[in-house]
Design a protein around this ligand. Structure first.
Ligand SMILES: *Cc1c(COP(=O)(O)O)cnc(C)c1O
Length: 502
């Protein structure tokens, strides 16, 4: 399997190279040259498999320069019952909401309590092996821009991993108190965390720039280092996410909720378009999907895009109760456009250039048609999000986090508007305890205590939902990191953190 750049097809690399490098030299994203197909027989055989076995089969179709044993080691070290609280790291909880059955695929049972763990527990294993193949003995510097959950999940995944260093930037006012506490207390000898004055898009743009800057690359090279990425632009992040959609389908069959071959709908609370894109890739591999429901918060640039074919980031930016979706530049959409344009790198580059220069582009009629045939876009504002947390708890005693609530609200709206009764799987992306304040406000049960951990306790007493151990254990931990920088100074901060003098 060869990987091309979305913006320059003449760039073609192995999967190890794609993972080690993170992003293509021309600024494009690596995409597989084709989608390996899942046969009906394979899908049937997967029904009897564990999550880990399914993962090995699917990942093996893409990482063709890895041996079977290497893939097996990566999977077995990542998805342990100890780290994910059970044999199946991604269980399904079925609830009835406003009269319709919703199947919540809980992706947040990992060490940092967000779905990012599903990818970031295995990425360091992919990366270490990739570096052995193509790294030339260099140390990998992982540069991360985070809207909250990626940062912590990446820090935890890469902590004390040999021959790696990790640097995380987050928007100073753009993450929850728990997310900030999780990152600032991070342990490990190879980690550094810094807040930036700006929002997530500022952080992401600056990281991308540092990443593709030839001068910085040369400085690193002289010091025996190279950049790599743990953001969802890295192929090693997306690939493990394809697995849980296919695995969830198998579980839905095993639970008797769908017949083998019957289509499902998939609803995903979306920010950078990584999670939902992985579902789309599963569909391209042959997973029977009727429709993807793309759920946004008040930063509804994707809703408008799906409905009009115009992507326009020139709009107000909102800081919401679902901070991991506070994004106006959804990086992974580039990969969707590439596939839907018939792997047209020139066309894709045209859109991305327009985004860079004008903050706006309009896709071709052909892409518009393909998108509206397969995707539905909707959004939930702050009131709708909180009402959904409230109602879901009142109806089913099920406690949802703010991001998942956005998806539930949009999915419910879709079902009521269309009457589409296709069985639906909703990606549930975080533990409610990462966003205790907003969740408590939504439940509306009286005044809130001051401290984050008192809120956690109150939420637990009110609902009886267990507090994940990794969050409970943070109480009383002192912060190791408190630096804040301007986005213009991020390059200097990076070199400083690496102990390099220009
Ligand atoms: C990252 C994140 C999202 C958005 O996922 P994308 O892949 O960026 O679309 C949604 N919910 C939570 C809790 C997240 O951490």
């Amino acid at each position: 399997m060869i990987y091309h750049s979305t913006q320059d097809k003449t760039q073609s690399v192995s999967s190890a190279q794609a993972i080690a490098q993170g992003i293509s030299k021309d600024g494009g994203l690596f995409v597989p040259e084709r989608f390996p197909q899942l046969t009906a027989d394979e899908l049937k055989a997967m029904l009897a498999m564990s999550y880990q076995q399914r993962a090995k089969l699917i990942i093996g179709k893409y990482l063709t320069d890895f041996s079977e044993k290497e893939i097996s080691d990566c999977v077995d070290n990542a998805y342990t019952a100890e780290k994910f609280g059970g044999e199946n790291p991604a269980p399904i909880a079925s609830v009835t909401y406003n009269g319709d059955e919703l199947n919540l695929l809980e992706l947040w049972h990992g060490p940092t309590c967000a779905f990012k763990d599903m990818a970031l527990q295995i990425l360091p294993h992919f990366l270490t092996k990739s570096l052995q193949k193509v790294g030339g003995g260099k140390e990998a510097v992982i540069l991360v821009a985070t809207s909250g959950d990626t940062g912590k999940a990446a820090l935890e995944g890469f902590r004390d991993v040999e021959d790696t260093k990790i640097i995380v930037f987050y928007p100073v006012n753009g993450v929850s108190a728990m997310q900030k506490h999780q990152m600032n207390t991070q342990e490990g000898g190879n980690v550094y965390v810094c807040a930036i004055n700006g929002n997530f898009d500022d952080a992401q743009t600056a990281v991308k720039k540092i990443f593709t800057d030839p001068e910085t690359a040369a400085i690193l090279d002289k010091n025996g280092m190279m950049f790599s990425s743990a953001n969802s632009i890295n192929w090693g992040r997306l690939l493990p996410q394809i697995v849980y959609y296919i695995s969830a389908y198998c579980d839905m069959v095993n639970m008797g909720k769908v017949q083998p071959g019957e289509k499902i709908n998939i609803c995903v609370p979306t920010g950078n378009f990584g999670n939902i894109l992985a579902g789309y890739y599963a569909y391209e591999m042959g997973l029977p999907v009727n429709r993807f429901i793309c759920a946004s918060n008040s930063n509804n640039v994707l809703t408008d895009f799906i409905n009009t074919g115009v992507y326009d980031k020139n709009r107000d930016f909102y800081t919401t109760v679902s901070p991991s979706m506070d994004i106006l530049v959804s990086s992974n959409l580039e990969r969707l456009l590439y596939t839907m344009s018939g792997s047209n790198d020139v066309e894709t580059k045209g859109y991305m250039d327009a985004l860079k220069s004008a903050g706006r582009y309009e896709v071709s009629d052909s892409i518009k048609e393909k998108i509206s045939a397969l995707f539905y876009g909707g959004y939930a504002d702050e009131d709708a999000t909180k009402a959904t947390i409230h109602n879901l708890f009142e109806q089913e005693r099920y406690l949802s986090d703010t991001h998942t609530a956005v998806a539930v609200a949009v999915c419910d709206g879709y079902i009521k508007a269309t009457g589409d009764k296709t069985p639906v799987v909703i990606a549930s992306t975080a533990s409610p305890y990462k966003f205790s304040k907003a969740v408590l406000e939504a439940l509306d049960k009286g005044s809130l205590p001051e401290s984050e951990f008192d809120m956690v306790e109150q939420l637990n007493e009110l609902t009886g939902a267990p507090v994940p151990a990794p969050l409970a254990s943070l109480r009383g931990k002192t912060a190791r990191f408190s630096d804040v920088t301007d986005k213009e100074d991020m390059q200097g901060v990076v070199l400083n953190a690496l102990g390099i003098r220009k």
